[in-house]
Structures are given as C-alpha cells and as structure tokens.
Design a protein around this ligand. Structure first.
Ligand code: SF4
Ligand SMILES: [Zn+2]
Length: 142
C-alpha cells in the first residue's frame, strides 16, 4: 500500500501524547477531523492494521476515532454476522442391536434379512442357555 500519506500526517508534527492521553482526546479528535489532510487514508490504514485487534486493545485516537469507535465501525462494515445453518443431525432412532446378539438374530428374521454366523451363534447360545436355565438370560436374577 502506498504510504506516502503518512508524511502528511498531522500527528507526525505534534506531540504524539495528544493522541494517546485520554485527557487530550478531544483535542486529538479535533486535529484529526478538522485539520489533518490524510484522515481518510489514515482511517483505512488503521482499520486494516487493527483488523485482528480486539476493541479493548485499539489504543489512542486514530483518524479521529477512539479504539471502541474504530472497532464498531469495522464491525458495521463487515455487515451482520452470517449465521451458519446448524449442521443437520442424523436422525438416530433406537440403536440397533449389533450382530452377534440374540436381538440382532431376531431382527434379521423379522426383516427377512440373511442371517450371519455371529447372529446364528448368538441364537444357539441363547437356546442352550434357555434349555439349561429356563431363561434366555444367561445370568438370571431370580
Ligand atoms: S487522522 Fe489523526 S491519527 Fe490519522 S494521520 Fe491524521 S492526525 Fe494522525
Ligand atoms: Zn447379524
């Protein structure tokens, strides 16, 4: 960026303290807004330089604006924050029992799905348990 304008900055020729001491802020603002020839260039350069700077860290008067005012201006230029749509949550129904369980075996049968070996085994284990204990639950809590 062309920085020749900085040579014309009024604050170069005055005590810089005027721009950084809160007591003299009104004076600094007046100098920027009424007397500095390069206020526009200064404003753009300042906003660009401070683009990653938090509002509270924007020090002094620049281009006639306080740090808070510059932050506000920068924010208004960015426009309203665009709200991203929430990513769609996958619709999870009841968790299906994994293969290798009696429930999965029953499900395969209900849905007329091919029955894998893990589920066959689970079913026969369950049948064995039933014959042995009278319950399909291996550890009966009677
Ligand atoms: S506008 Fe103010 S801060 Fe910017 S160059 Fe001019 S005097 Fe300095
Ligand atoms: Zn299965």
């Amino acid at each position: 960026m062309d920085r020749d304008w900085e040579l014309k900055a009024l604050c170069r020729t005055e005590d810089p303290e005027i721009w950084f001491s809160k007591k003299t802020w009104p004076r600094a603002k007046k100098l920027c807004l009424d007397e500095c020839m390069v206020r526009e260039e200064c404003l753009e350069a300042t906003l660009a330089r401070e683009s990653q700077t938090a509002a509270t860290m924007r020090a002094g008067i620049m281009a006639g604006l306080t740090g808070a005012q510059r932050a506000k201006l920068a924010k208004s230029r960015r426009g309203p924050a665009v709200k991203r749509p929430e990513p769609e949550k996958p619709k999870v129904g009841r968790q299906l029992a994994p293969c290798g369980t009696k429930s999965a075996y029953e499900r395969h049968r209900r849905k007329r799905e091919p029955i894998d070996q893990a589920c066959r085994d689970a079913n026969s284990r369950s049948a064995v348990a039933y014959r042995a204990t009278g319950s399909t639950k291996v550890f009966s809590v009677l």
